[in-house]
Design a protein around this ligand. Structure first.
Ligand code: TYM
Length: 326
């Protein structure tokens, strides 16, 4: 199993956590799990080198604080494993230009970008395919927004296998329906996203700030607390978040808020979030206090990742007809 997250912000947000990261922790017990902080992907948009380095460490610290255990899972930084870029090149050579042009994330991101759109942003999903295929991953726990990239990955794996002989295992997205898409608190029709930071709840911000954001989340003019994503997108989003963080079902929450108002729901959710995030923040601080230890964990992860990735890459190079370097 493999998944990745970009170190493009100083903090992960609630969408990242509920859509993907929450699944990462239990899966490390049932699968041989590879988790990557994908810094090669991060530079597809402009990054300040100092900030990128900081955010990469912060990302690793957050994953550890959330419960990724480097003894049970392989946690590594993508650029430490050169096979990702190497396999990506081979896969680019079997990807159709039209096929890559259909990626909706590229269309969205390139439309939003004010500076020049780099070719790396265009080939981004092919690098993601390389991430997955290098480890022969079967399960890929992600949010709904990654589904199309997973489909491309399957297409490329299938094409390579047909052309050069069975080499890759076809991956399946592991998407948890209830929390596959968490919406922005200020605009509950768009997904919560680092690149549009209006109503984004960050794991590392002051929980008082998060509680305030939750209190001022956009809801409709009605009063009744019901789960109705079409007509009551804001309230429904809050219910999904509340349910996931508290372990209580949406139905149970709806029943317990009967006769109460949005204000009550928001206040309580703020408290639930604060309770959830406070110990995580403390653990992140501990990991950051010892960057040398953190780097050691990542170096060990990279070594283990390379052991697996290099076997796949060697096979690929041989299959496509490259001369062995000995
Ligand atoms: P990234 O860094 O944008 O997001 C990390 C994970 O968080 C999920 N996610 C969400 N889930 C639910 N609701 C939301 N509002 C929300 N926002 C983000 C994403 O679906 C993702 O699972 N391309 C990937 C990183 C990547 C990767 C990979 C993932 C690179 N290589 C290989 C899996 C396998 C990305 O940009 O995620």
């Amino acid at each position: 199993m493999l998944s990745g997250i970009q170190p493009t912000a100083s903090s992960f947000h609630l969408g990242n956590y509920l859509g993907a990261l929450r699944q990462w922790v239990p899966l490390q017990d049932t699968h041989d799990a590879f988790y990557s902080v994908v810094d090669l992907h991060a530079i597809t948009v402009e990054q300040d080198p100092k900030v990128l380095r900081q955010n990469t460490r912060l990302s690793a610290a957050q994953l550890l604080a959330l419960g990724i255990d480097p003894d049970r899972a392989t946690l590594f930084v993508q650029s430490h494993v050169p096979e990702h870029a190497q396999l990506s090149w081979v896969l680019q050579c079997i990807t159709g230009f039209g096929e890559a042009s259909r990626m909706t994330q590229f269309k969205d991101k390139s439309a939003r970008q004010e500076t020049q759109v780099g070719v790396g942003l265009f080939t981004y999903p092919i690098l993601q395919a390389a991430d997955i295929l290098l480890y022969q991953a079967h399960h890929v726990p992600v949010g709904e927004d990654q589904r199309q990239h997973l489909e491309l990955t399957r297409d490329l794996a299938q094409r390579f296998n047909t052309r050069f002989g069975k080499t890759f295992r076809l991956p399946e997205p592991h998407i948890v329906k209830d929390t596959a898409k968490i919406y922005d608190l200020q605009d509950p029709t768009s997904k919560m996203s680092k690149s549009v930071p209006a109503g984004v709840v960050e794991l590392l911000e002051d929980p008082k700030r998060s509680a305030k954001k939750i209190r001022s989340a956009v809801t409709d003019t009605g009063r009744e607390i019901v789960y109705d994503p079409e007509n009551k997108a804001g309230v429904s989003n809050l219910l999904v978040i509340y349910s996931a963080l508290s372990g209580r079902s949406v139905d149970e929450l709806v029943a317990s808020y009967e006769g109460k108002g949005y204000g009550d729901l928001k206040k309580d959710l703020g408290e639930v979030f604060t309770e959830f995030v406070t110990p995580i923040q403390a653990r992140v601080r501990e990991y950051l206090d010892d960057p040398a230890e953190l780097d050691k964990v990542l170096a060990k992860g990279a070594e283990r990742a390379r052991q697996v990735a290099s076997v796949t890459l060697r096979r690929v190079y041989e299959r496509v007809g490259f001369l062995s370097s000995g």
